[in-house]
Design a protein around this ligand. Structure first.
Ligand code: XMP
Length: 326
């Protein structure tokens, strides 16, 4: 019988067999797929695995802690966090074009990961070990999509951990290649990963970098991070996390509008809430959130985030809108 437990047992045995006493590395994105792949390989080879988490400074509040504390607590994995927020901000300075942002973030991500991987390979070599494997959370739909040549127009250049240069010369370990998302979540729960990781909503690789319309700066990131944290808190408190696919929060950093607060005039930025319902992100509908929830989010953001004086709601389906604004 094909149970989740048997999928885990078989994968663990196959990974052990293949990796033997050599070493593997795994890039964690904070998302479900890389977390489950990493946890599965950890179950199989323990300390022979090192996970790498790149903090590019474009993360939401709490995401780094979730990896550093919760994922490590659940798996006992060896984790290396690389702090490269400054490097990414420098590379993004002055850039406003969405595609250019995506390319820069993807490029810097790969460079950072390559450098970290090389350092780890070198350290292992000094210890007389070999790092031969790279773990990736590729799912069955990813395999079909990349091999299938569906002819779909490339609307946005998606940034993922994949696409690493050939000269790194790792063999790939992709333990989720035969699984769909719901099976991956079940495997994650079977491995003891927390619900917050297993049922995490999608979040784009380029992070908050593509949710600031205009140049990405440290101040704008702080503003957006604060507004996003409030929206997520209220959606969770209202029990809506499983009802919506995701709810991007977007900062219109180059738009200002006049407002009034206390007895003073304000001239701040608008925030856009983009709650969507979807099955697969290919199409989406805007979610009819309860007015009380929208009201709480709006009141809290305008009270608690000084630079924001207006909260707006995106009521566009996909198509014609995409889910993300960039
Ligand atoms: P769009 O904006 O194209 O988004 O309607 C569809 C889904 O993909 C997510 N998204 C990304 N995910 N890397 C990712 O891993 C990316 O570069 C990226 N861009 C968008 C988006 O959040 C939505 O779930």
């Amino acid at each position: 019988q094909w149970t989740t437990a048997s999928i885990v047992d078989e994968s663990v045995a196959a990974i052990r067999e293949r990796v033997g006493s050599r070493r593997a590395i795994c890039a964690l994105s904070g998302g479900v797929d890389s977390a489950v792949a990493g946890a599965l390989v950890q179950r199989a080879i323990g300390d022979q695995l090192t996970c790498v988490f790149v903090d590019h400074g474009l993360l939401r509040a709490g995401e780094r802690t979730q990896v550093e504390r919760d994922f490590v607590a659940a798996t006992g994995v060896n984790l290396v966090t690389v702090d490269v927020a400054d490097r990414f901000l420098d590379a993004l300075a002055g850039v406003t074009d969405p595609e250019e942002k995506r390319k820069i973030i993807g490029r810097e991500f790969i460079r950072t990961f390559e450098q970290t991987a090389r350092d780890l390979v070198e350290q292992a070599g000094e210890a007389g070990e070999q790092v031969d494997f790279l773990v990736q959370g590729t799912l069955y739909p990813d395999v079909v999509e990349s091999g299938g040549g569906s002819g779909a127009a490339n609307i946005k250049s998606h940034h993922n951990v994949g696409g690493l240069p050939e000269d790194l010369q790792f063999e790939l370990v992709e333990p989720l290649r035969a699984l769909f998302k719901d099976e991956v979540r079940r495997v994650g729960l079977e491995l003891g990963l927390p619900e917050t990781i297993v049922h995490r909503q999608p979040f784009p690789g380029p992070g908050l970098g593509i949710r600031i319309i205009g140049e990405v700066t440290a101040d704008r990131l702080r503003t957006l991070r604060a507004a996003d944290a409030i929206a997520r808190e209220e959606l969770t408190a209202a029990g809506l996390d499983r009802d919506i696919w995701q709810c991007p929060v977007v900062l219109l950093a180059e738009v200002r509008s006049v407002g009034v607060q206390g007895d003073g005039r304000t001239y701040g930025h608008p925030i856009v809430l983009r709650p969507v319902s979807s099955e697969d992100a290919m199409t989406a509908d805007w979610t009819r959130l309860p007015y009380e929830v929208l009201e709480r989010i709006s009141t809290r953001i305008t009270n608690e985030v000084a630079e924001v004086n207006r909260v707006t709601l995106d009521v566009t389906s996909k198509p014609p809108g995409t889910i993300e604004w960039e």
